[in-house]
Design a protein around this ligand. Structure first.
Ligand code: GLA
Ligand code: ZN
Length: 672
């Protein structure tokens, strides 16, 4: 979401001043002003304060927080605070406590602790949202609504089991259809009454945890139902807000590549997408980049908000390293480069106690104004001022798409066979990384998205093929584009039933191949892959491919299928389709993806520069911004590919002249 008329992106973060004495607030605001903080997310965990008992609402503290913010000229992202139950509520309505995967009804504790099917939760959370909207819907400081917080988890109580049965009845209408979808004749599961259906968990279809299920169709439907159940909670609150405030945009903070919830199902109901970025510790920069692009893809490329990131360190990991000097700045500009139109932190001031007291914050417990973190945050605030509104509302002009599909993720990872070692995110990331490091802007989109804007469509590990996707991919190739897919794609329909045709199912005609068998091997078994002038290694799964029109581009080097194709290319209409039948190593994927991109002239100008990321945004007035992000600890020595002005330094850059980026530095080039 782009704030209309804003002079720069919202900058700030989660602020919980109800946790410390009011005298401290003065100091908070003094430092916010110094650091250029203009936006505060408040109320995220304030339910027990704003509603101390069922019939009692008390907004005195929240009033003061909002009024103070308004008086200081800051804007508010107001949370409904329904992600953590107050103790009285759980005591009075024990039904709100979740029942876990093992069937244990939990007692009061932690957060994200509500049963989504609990009528008391629905009623009281919606009532809270309504009260807040009634009270603050016209507040001058209100910028956006933040419903709940990081929705997640699931509940197996009898109410949720009933809700699952209702959901199934809506979906399938008849038990015959359900039995058919779930292949229920396998292991004698034909249901004769909806009441016989059990939620899949440790007491029913699962063993060895959530990924081992006897009936994938059942578990997939449970995952979809879980998304819809939590979405139902969100929608109830949104509706309550809308009754009092018809306009202020509504969001909830997502978690990027978060397996349990299908954010594509959810996205149409958000006014804008927002997410919390806490990349794994040793993740390469393309990991958060992929998540940014996935989040941007939720609303058809519209700018999203970076709702949270840590200014320095997390607390929840066993070991919580600091962000090194410069890393926060780089991560923030990376988010903006990928379409963020807000940069917010968790958190503005450190909690005094409980499990996040050592989580990084813009202001620490001592409230000092001379810390490294505050200095970096302040300096970044100053640079965001300099950037001003140049990137606001700007879109990404990608000609490469990557299909990301929660159903395929689930289906692949709950499958018995061929290999538990193939991880969806790793496979998708490897292809994304190859394209990004080659300098291509990439839209990460759902199966249902319009494919007509793209020259290249990457569809790694697209296990499940739904609707008319195969036809639409054929159309991409027919008009001259390239489609690439990989091993373990085109295997199952929307119910996880194998296609009763050759692998890769509906993709087979486009790929011009037939996969006859697949050999799944431990991680230490390596296949050398020969691609003529280039060779690499492959692991995990080796599909045995019989070309049916496609040409072999690379072959396996050993075993009884030595010499048979591991990578193929098929002509289709004016374009082509590539099939990668095994888990190539990263150099192998880079090689294939670069060949595909080069064919469409999509290699970036700095594709040869390791660790140098480029990303393009085009502003509403047509101005083209090229972000150059140096992710390495060494200076990057480039030759400018265009004449431009660096918006951060104001310096003019001439095409063909040397351009140097310091370690971890960013340049934002306004192309002339
Ligand atoms: C999440 C939550 C926050 C906080 C941070 C800590 O993103 O939304 O409330 O717990 O993690 O990293
Ligand atoms: Zn429940």
């Amino acid at each position: 979401m782009t704030v209309p008329g804003a002079s720069r992106i919202p900058y700030g973060g989660d602020y919980n001043p109800e946790q410390w004495p009011e005298e401290v607030w003065d100091e908070d605001h003094r430092l916010f002003t110094r650091a250029g903080i203009d936006t505060l997310t408040v109320g995220v965990f304030s339910w027990s304060l704003t509603q101390p008992a069922e019939g009692t609402y008390d907004f005195t503290v929240l009033d003061r927080v909002l009024d103070r913010a308004a008086a200081e000229g800051r804007r508010i992202c107001l949370a409904t605070g329904t992600a953590a139950l107050p103790p009285w509520l759980a005591k009075k309505y024990p039904e709100v406590n979740r029942t876990d995967f093992e069937g244990r009804r939990h007692r009061y504790g932690q957060r994200h602790n509500f049963c989504p099917g609990s009528p008391a939760y629905r009623r009281l959370s919606s009532a809270m949202a309504a009260r807040l909207a009634e009270r603050y819907g016209r507040h001058p400081a209100l910028l956006a609504w933040h419903i709940n917080n990081e929705y997640g988890g699931t509940c197996y109580c009898h109410r949720c089991a009933d809700a699952f049965r209702d959901w199934l009845r809506d979906k399938y209408a008849t038990l015959d259809a359900l039995n058919d979808a779930w292949c229920a004749t396998f292991w004698s599961h034909r249901y004769t009454d909806w009441a016989e259906i059990e939620p899949p968990n440790a007491l029913t279809e699962h063993w060895r945890g959530p990924d081992h299920t006897a009936f994938q169709g059942t578990t997939l439907d449970w995952f979809r139902f879980t998304t819809d159940a939590l979405l139902g909670c969100f929608l109830a609150e949104k509706e309550a807000i809308r009754a009092h405030d018809p306009d202020t945009p509504v969001t909830t903070n997502f978690m990027g590549m978060f397996r349990p919830l299908d954010y594509h199902r959810w996205a149409p109901h958000l006014d804008f997408a927002s997410w919390d970025s806490y990349p794994p510790l040793d993740a390469p920069p393309t990991w958060p980049a992929l998540a940014h692009d996935l989040m941007r893809g939720l609303k058809d490329g519209a700018p999203f908000w970076l709702m949270e990131q840590t200014p320095s360190t997390t607390a929840c990991r066993d070991v919580n390293p600091l962000r090194r000097p410069g890393e926060l700045r780089l991560a923030t500009f990376q988010a903006i480069a990928h379409g963020a139109d807000a940069a917010l932190y968790f958190q503005m001031r450190a909690s005094r106690g409980a499990c996040e007291k050592y989580h990084g914050a813009v202001i620490g417990h001592a409230g000092r104004d001379d810390t490294r973190v505050l200095r970096e945050v302040t300096e970044l605030g100053r640079e965001l001022d300099i950037l001003g509104n140049a990137a606001l509302g700007a879109r990404t002009p990608a000609r490469t798409a990557l299909l990301f599909d929660w159903d395929s993720w689930w289906a692949l990872e709950i499958s018995d066979g061929p290999s538990r070692l193939v991880r969806y995110q790793d496979t998708v990331h490897a292809y994304y990384r190859a394209a990004r490091e080659a300098g291509a802007d990439v839209d990460v989109i759902p199966q249902t998205a319009d494919l007509t804007p793209y020259d290249v469509v990457l569809a790694p590990a697209l296990h499940m093929i739904k609707g008319d996707l195969a036809t639409r991919l054929e159309a991409v190739a027919a008009r001259g584009g390239t489609v690439l897919t990989t091993f373990l794609s085109g295997r199952v329909d929307e119910h996880d039933r194998a296609f009763l045709t050759d692998v890769p199912g509906p993709l087979a005609p486009l790929m011009g191949i037939r996969v006859d068998e697949w050999d799944s091997r431990p991680e230490d078994v390596v296949q050398p892959i020969d691609m003529g002038e280039f060779s690499c290694e492959a692991r995990l799964v080796f599909e045995i491919v019989l070309p049916r029109g496609a040409q072999s581009v690379g072959t396996y080097g050993t075993d009884f299928y030595a010499g048979t194709p591991a990578v193929t290319r098929n002509s289709h209409g004016k374009g082509e389709a590539w099939y990668v039948a095994t888990a190539l190593d990263q150099p192998g994927i880079d090689h294939v993806v670069r060949r595909v991109l080069a064919h469409h002239d999509l290699l970036g100008p700095y594709a040869g520069q390791p660790g140098l990321e480029t990303a393009t945004r085009v502003a509403p007035d047509g101005t083209r911004l090229v972000f150059l992000l140096n992710h390495t600890p060494e200076a990057a020595h480039l030759t400018a590919h265009t004449t431009a002005t660096d918006l951060l330094t104001g310096k003019r850059v001439e095409r063909g002249e040397p351009l140097t980026l310091d370690p971890l530095d960013t340049a934002i080039l306004r192309v002339q």
